[in-house]
Design a protein around this ligand. Structure first.
Ligand code: FES
Ligand code: FES
Length: 166
C-alpha cells in the first residue's frame, strides 16, 4: 500500500536554497525538512517534534518564517528558501556572533531555528523590546538555556545591527 507521500507520484521540484537553484526528485507531500536534510545535506535545519510545535526546523521561505516539518514540497515549488547555512557570509552573521557571545546555545538543537526566528523578527522590527523578543521567539522552544541568554543575544544583535546585516 502506498503511503501519503506517494499519492501523486514522484517528480521534480525546483526552488532556490541559500541563493542556489536546486532541482530535486520528490513526492509532492514529502516534507521540506526531509528534502533539506537528506537530499541536499543541509543538516543545520533540525528536527525536534516533527509536529510544528518546537520551531527547531524553522527556515525562511519567501521571507516568511515557516516550520519546514509542516511544509510539503508542493508548497516550496519555486520558493526562495534560507536555511542557517545561508546566513553567514565571509564571517558569522551578527546574530550568530551575538548567540556565541551571550551563551545563547548549549546543545544547539534549537539554535538554527531560533536564529532564523530572530532574523525574521529583526527584519520586521529592528528595535524590539524584550516583550517583542519573547513574543517573536515564542514559537521556538529551548530545553537547555532557560531563554535569558537567547533573549540577551537578540537584544545584543539588535543593538549592533546595521541596515544590511538583518
Ligand atoms: Fe518542526 Fe518541531 S520539528 S516544529
Ligand atoms: Fe539545547 Fe536550546 S540549546 S534546546
Amino acid at each position: 500500500m502506498s503511503n501519503s507521500h506517494e499519492i501523486s507520484g514522484r517528480r521534480e521540484f525546483c526552488f532556490t536554497v541559500n541563493g542556489e537553484r536546486k532541482t530535486v526528485p520528490a513526492y509532492p507531500m514529502e516534507r521540506l525538512l526531509d528534502v533539506l536534510r537528506h537530499q541536499l545535506r543541509l543538516t543545520g535545519t533540525k528536527e525536534g517534534c516533527g509536529e510544528g510545535e518546537c520551531g527547531s526546523c524553522a527556515v525562511l521561505m519567501d521571507g516568511i518564517l515557516v516550520n519546514s516539518c509542516l511544509v510539503p514540497l508542493l508548497q516550496a515549488q519555486n520558493a526562495n528558501i534560507l536555511t542557517i547555512e545561508g546566513l553567514a557570509g565571509a564571517g558569522l552573521h551578527n546574530l550568530q556572533q551575538a548567540f556565541l557571545h551571550c551563551g545563547g546555545t548549549q546543545c544547539g538543537i534549537c539554535t538554527p531555528g531560533m536564529i532564523l526566528a530572530a532574523l525574521y523578527l529583526l527584519k520586521k522590527n529592528p528595535f524590539p523590546t524584550i516583550e517583542d523578543i519573547r513574543e517573536g521567539l515564542s514559537g521556538s522552544l529551548c530545553r537547555c538555556t532557560g531563554y535569558m541568554q537567547i533573549f540577551e543575544a537578540v537584544e545584543e544583535a539588535a543593538r549592533r545591527q546595521t541596515s544590511d546585516e538583518v
